[in-house]
Ligand binder design. Structure first.
Ligand SMILES: [Zn+2]
Length: 89
């Protein structure tokens, strides 16, 4: 027939190497390595297909998110403020 089935839910994309579908609700979504160009996703690499180097890159990107609340110091580097726990005199 060749008719294209319409699916209500579409994956965000497919792995550029093994064509595995990437689902936002997938448990390993955050470990996928995506390449954006002008706001458009141009390449996706699933965790299974990532080289160790790419895997580190993905980890770094995720870690960078933790710096959202960091304040840049005089040199422009992000500084994460130490957490104060009930600092009472
Ligand atoms: Zn893959």
């Amino acid at each position: 027939m060749g008719a294209m089935a319409r699916t209500k839910i579409q994956p965000l994309g497919h792995c550029s190497r093994c064509t595995r579908a990437c689902w936002k609700d997938g448990g390993d979504f955050r470990r996928w390595n995506g390449t954006m160009s002008r706001g458009i996703l141009v390449a996706l690499i699933c965790p299974d297909c990532q080289t160790p180097e790419e895997h580190i890159e993905a980890e770094v990107k995720e870690a960078t998110l933790d710096y959202a609340g960091a304040v840049p110091d005089a040199a422009g580097r992000p500084v994460v403020a130490p957490r104060l726990e009930n600092d009472q005199d």
